[in-house]
Design a binder for this molecule. Structure first.
Ligand code: BMA
Length: 326
């Protein structure tokens, strides 16, 4: 069902006995502690990819002055991560000059054709508010910064893993300069990763995610389209609550939603999801998946404090979405 690489060595645990949920948690969660590097107040909302038989990632860490930065990391099993203590440095692709450090949050990593792209929430020039930063690397060592994709305010820029109809495609969520009590997912297209246009609407807030929705991991190509895992936010008398949701999008026109799952697929309910700097947050930013077995490992930030891991099986998730579509 998954169209993609066979990755036998991704993390996996069978569904625990007695569990009937479509997504289940890794028993040794969280996998990355809040103090994983010396400067860290927290490490969460981070993205991982497979590379050369092992794994690499870009990690969000907020420091002890509560500023967000991105850091590189590597792992042989995708569970135990060695995160560099220094902030990721970005270079100018034309001059090769250092242009600064990768400051900001919520990175996603996407391999397309010949290189790894990182998208993240950065500050637009002159501190004019959040937008989507874009950088790329051929080797996951030296990263070159491209122009920001959009004007402010925008968050959750998530690329598709291949061009569609000859164009790069990116989800994003226009927002405000604060904690944004609204938000839909849109799609934009680009011939060159610099000029973005031909925008379409994808997903609106509704049901348990009535406050806002935002793209999560890089969408997974399956036979019948794109499997999208997203975060959806509702509100209680005590604040926002970030659940995980799922949908299947049309393969050639991914702004067309074929099925949207009515229930959430993961909800904050363990201590590490409910207690932390921001309680009640499950915020998915990446998956690793194996085409042969259909196994999917989902990486998510828990309570804006630590990184956790959950699992699902593609056929079961697709069936679940279809049976529970809204
Ligand atoms: C968003 C971002 C995320 C965070 C979420 C919940 O606006 O800051 O990084 O996980 O809020 O606090």
């Amino acid at each position: 069902m998954i169209i993609g690489e066979n990755l036998k060595n991704i993390p996996w645990q069978d569904r625990p006995e007695g569990c009937t949920d479509v997504v289940w948690r890794y028993s040794a969660n969280p996998i990355i502690d809040r103090h994983a590097i010396p400067s860290a107040n927290s490490v969460f909302n981070s993205a991982v990819v497979a590379k050369d038989g092992a794994f690499v990632g870009v990690f969000r860490s907020d420091d002890k002055a509560m500023k967000s930065h991105l850091f590189l990391g590597k792992s042989t099993d995708a569970i135990h991560w060695d995160i560099e203590p220094d902030i990721l440095v970005l270079y100018d692709e034309k001059t090769g000059d250092r242009v600064g450090t990768a400051d900001g949050y919520d990175p996603r990593v996407c391999f397309i054709e010949d290189r790894y792209y990182v998208t993240w929430c950065t500050q637009f020039e002159k501190g004019k508010g959040p937008t989507i930063g874009v950088a790329y690397s051929y080797d996951f060592e030296k990263f070159y910064r491209l122009p920001d994709a959009f004007i402010p305010y925008n968050r959750n820029g998530v690329l598709f893993p291949r061009k569609i109809n000859g164009k790069f495609v990116m989800f994003s969520r226009p927002s405000d300069n604060g904690h944004t009590p609204f938000g839909d997912v849109f799609i934009s297209q680009s011939p060159d990763m610099v000029h973005w246009g031909e925008h379409h609407h994808v997903l609106e807030p509704r049901d348990w995610a009535w406050t806002k929705v935002g793209a999560g991991p890089i969408p997974i190509e399956i036979e019948e389209g794109w499997l999208m895992i997203f975060h959806g936010v509702g509100q209680t008398c005590n604040g926002m609550i970030y659940n995980m949701g799922a949908a299947i999008l049309d393969k050639d026109e991914p702004w067309k939603v074929k099925y949207r799952c009515y229930p959430y697929i993961l909800h904050p309910e363990t201590p590490y999801e409910c207690v932390g700097d921001v309680p009640n947050v499950c915020f998915p930013c990446a998956t690793l998946h194996d085409a042969e077995t259909g196994r999917i490992a989902i990486y998510y930030g828990a309570a804006d404090t630590v990184v956790a891991l959950a699992f699902t099986q593609v056929d079961e998730l697709v069936d679940y979405i279809k049976k529970n579509k809204c």
